[in-house]
Design a protein around this ligand. Structure first.
Ligand code: HSE
Length: 405
């Protein structure tokens, strides 16, 4: 029998206890032995819940207990999570976490610590909620050079963008709904500013490159500047707008970005709506593959955590995760990425078009019915640094959204 401890009884922690209770016999069959939760660490007591008799308040009790072979860290945040995870690994206990902030910042060193102590550090739930994307990259797509990973990796913002797009819903109202449904981060800024998606694509980039990709090096733009007018233009163009997190191999380097993108209906991520996440992967042998599923929420995230628990118990004493080195990967500069740009410009189209085309080259103009004080255009494909240099000559640009082809 394997005995484990869960650190944190919040949304994910309570989900883990629920999944372990509901599916206990099936989990035991798949792991090859029974798995029991001996402790749940939290500051509160939770009387009347399934964790009532398991709650402890002192991490030392867990780390000192030799019966505990695996620790589940679902507290979130960097500290004390990092210290608890490191000490658990050093004490010879495998660790499973859903904490993307921790994995993005300290993944390389924690993987190294796990290896040194012959235990596992697994983090499937840190990216894409219930979608088994890390396991697929780590175990299945190992014969391929991964050329691209582009994903909708944040359920909250996808839920918000979908509601804004189809229902014309108001930004604050949909954010509140996402929070009430338990999708949003404790600080919703992490979702709407793109920080959460940024950490997730940094983790995936580290997995595919085998080097440490620093999330701080990834250009990140959230959805806070998105307006209903942008959505009107997208509809007029037959496109949608999605917050994408993308890593592409270009000229021997990885180019990574998190930003809202306009997508045509032919794009594989066009139809990914609501809280769902999806990851498009292109391998140099495989070609295209798509992963789709619930990217946030209590039970989908807990499902991924429990999958890791089973994996760690089944593979006791064997290294499951391919580590990435602490050597930092130099990303391709954002200015070198080539794409098309949609631009909304204040003023009269007839008066400005000549100047616009003199700067950006031939553009496709988009106008909205009953709107005469601005117009939109899509540029040809160009380096982002060229776009920026040209755009600097205009003080009347209202908004720019990148176009994903
Ligand atoms: N806040 C995150 C999201 C939770 O909305 O996707 C899952 O990481």
């Amino acid at each position: 029998m394997a005995k484990i401890a869960v650190l944190g009884y919040g949304t994910v922690g309570s989900g883990v206890v629920e999944v372990m209770n509901i599916n206990s016999s099936m989990i035991a069959r798949r792991a090859g032995e029974e798995i029991t939760i001996k402790y749940v660490l939290d500051l509160n007591d939770f009387p009347g819940t399934p964790a009532e008799k398991l709650i402890v308040h002192d991490f030392e009790q867990i780390v000192a207990d030799e019966e505990i072979e695996l620790v589940v860290e679902v507290m979130g945040g960097i500290e004390p999570a990092n210290t608890f995870v490191r000490r658990s690994l050093e004490a010879g206990k495998s660790v499973v976490t859903s904490n993307k902030a921790l994995v993005a910042k300290h993944g390389a060193e924690l993987l190294k610590t796990a290896k040194e102590h012959h235990v596992n550090f697994l983090f499937e739930a840190s990216v894409g909620g219930g979608i088994p994307i890390i396991r697929s990259l780590n175990n299945a797509l190992t014969g391929d050079e991964i050329e691209e990973i582009t994903g909708i990796l944040n359920g909250t913002t996808n839920y918000m963008m979908t509601k804004m797009f189809y229902d014309g819903a108001d930004y604050d109202e949909v954010l509140k709904e996402a929070q009430d449904n338990g999708y949003a981060e404790r600080n919703p800024e992490a979702d709407v500013e793109g920080y959460d998606a940024c950490r997730k694509i940094a983790i995936l980039s580290s997995v595919i490159s085998g080097c440490y990709v620093n999330f701080e090096d990834i250009y990140t733009e959230g959805i806070t500047k998105m307006t209903s007018r942008d959505i009107c233009y997208a509809r007029k163009m037959g496109m949608t707008i999605k917050l994408l997190a993308s890593a592409k191999r270009e000229d021997e380097k990885i180019s990574a970005i998190v930003a809202p993108f306009l997508l045509l209906p032919s794009h594989p991520l066009y139809n990914i709506d609501g809280v769902f996440n999806s990851v498009f992967v292109k391998g140099n042998m495989l070609g295209d593959a798509m992963f789709y599923g619930s990217g946030a929420g209590k039970l989908p995230t807990a499902s991924a955590v429990v999958g890791d628990i089973v994996d760690a118990v089944k593979n006791r004493g064997r290294d499951v995760m391919a580590a990435w080195t602490e050597e930092k990967l130099e990303l391709k500069s954002k200015g070198d990425a080539k794409r098309k740009f949609f631009v909304r410009m204040a003023g009269d189209k007839e008066e400005l078009l000549q100047k616009v085309e003199a700067a950006f080259g031939p553009v496709t103009v988009i106008t909205l019915k009953d709107v005469s004080d601005e117009f939109g255009f899509i540029t040809g494909r160009m380096k982002e640094s060229i776009y920026e240099a040209m755009a600097a000559g205009f003080s009347n640009i209202l908004h720019m959204i990148r176009v994903e082809e």
